[in-house]
Write a new protein. Sequence first.
Lengths: 267, 335
Amino acid sequence: MNSLVCIKQVPDTTEIKIDPVTNTLIRAGVPSIVNPFDSYALEMAVRLKEQHGGTVTVMSMGPEQAKEALRSCLTAGADRAYLVSDRAFGGSDTLATSYILSCALQYLEQELGKFDLIFCGKQAIDGDTGQVGPEIAEHLGIAQLTYVAEVEMKNDKTIRAVREGDSYREVLETDLPAVITVIKTAWEPRHGNLKSKMAARRAEIPVITAGQLSQIDVTRIGLKGSPTKVKKTFTPDLKKSGVKVVADDTGDCACNAAAYLAGIKAI
Amino acid sequence: MSEHRNLWVYIEIENGKAKSVGLELLEPGRRLADQTGEKLVAVIIGKDLEAVIREVMSRGPDEIIVVDREDYSYYNTEAYTYAMEQLVKKYRPSTILIGATNNGRDIGPRLSCRLSTGLTADCTALGIDEESGNIAWTRPAFGGNLMATILCPDSRPQIGTVRPGVFKKVKADSARSVPVIREELPVPAGTVRTRLIEVIEDLAGEMVNLEEAQVIVSGGRGLGKPENFSYIHDLADAMGGAVGSSRAAVDAGWIGHIHQIGQTGKTVQPRIYVACGISGAIQHLAGMSSSDIIIAINSDPDAPIFDVADYGIVGNLFEIIPALAAEIRRLKSGA
């Protein structure tokens, strides 16, 4: 059971603030983390490995500093890590990113053998698109299972997964290899211990560049190879000048609030 | 590119019915198609669709394309992507709108990748870029901290998923009649690798369709303990709403993840959102700040939830909620 987990280093959006003067995001000093959904995906892969053997490889596309995120994945149970990094990859949208990752995956398979399962988080908390996982599956021509909460091996060639719909859950089976995108799971990802932290700090993380991917079509990568373009960005104004009342008398307060709801035809 | 014409709305089917978001999208679809001088076309894939076709027809498309056969009796990524790919290749639409449900966000990237075109996820506003005439897709990112407007200038169709609840359905007109084009599209053997084994329905009432709820009452850390979610259930019951929660209450194990609203949970846009004992961290706001009316009940007068609330009550929620629920029931009963 050989798994590849695609992870992304993202700014901790809980720490992002808006500059009140320029009305833009302040990203300086904001800590970088492994995208939380990718951590759930990694934990799922590691648990499968513990049950069935095999290896867990992690891969991330990003700048040199993304090695830090890969190291924390090594601490949390991954066996080896690769960084996909090249200036030519910069500015890629999800289609170009997924294409690069699928090329890097095929490159790794020459060295490591075939991956049975490719895990991604359901979406990254910075872009929030959820597109890279299904697009990797399409580039590779393999099955995808999105919004997966649980997975188990049915036999060597088949997995069974619980997938979340909007208002139901469904059990699906699919043939391997397949791409799985993972939602928040019932358990928390492990953090590793001192020993695994030490090992992760010493681990070598090879970098895969555009030059190594001999098959890659350079017209399909980077800003130029991306069909979508960002026209503009702006910060939303969430603040409202609503009514705020202090509930000195519970009965009066409830009456007023109910009258307000009736006034806007909410009840 | 010039041979691509018409704006499509993908109508998602669940349990034999059109999901609300597909019908909602016919409203902006009509507006955009009128602006570009194109036809608005609804596309429906499923099984036994006659009632759905009538419902969709009443909401104003110029034309409906239907694929109705056993192969599509239940959503399957590979089968549905195959059907959409074939339809796009045959009819060459310029634009496709898809609801940003789990299944919409499953087929969207699979289809756009197969067609080598651009996809913009989770849009909350749609317009036309004046300079280029492309669709201007506006969407939140960074957990709602930033909005971005995206264009897909050089490839067609331009595709976007759009969040449920952003647009309102146009009024149904059952007298309308428009052409219905039927396509067979049997799924070729070997296309489908994923098999549905079982649907786990919402038997325990645990699964709630928050995305389509008109009223949501949510509880957070301020409830103090799991049993106190009974207060939330009581108010939700009085208001005819669904129960949501903040991440804090989910992480504490007081309520299931399926109820979580916010960045790592669901994004909702009900008419009325009542936040009880929720402080209003940006991650929670990212999931609910687009609600039409926000009511906040919190004991901390400085809680950030009050910044986004239309009606804020500072006080003890264990006293206010039962009183409010009782008053609402009294008003509703006309007593």
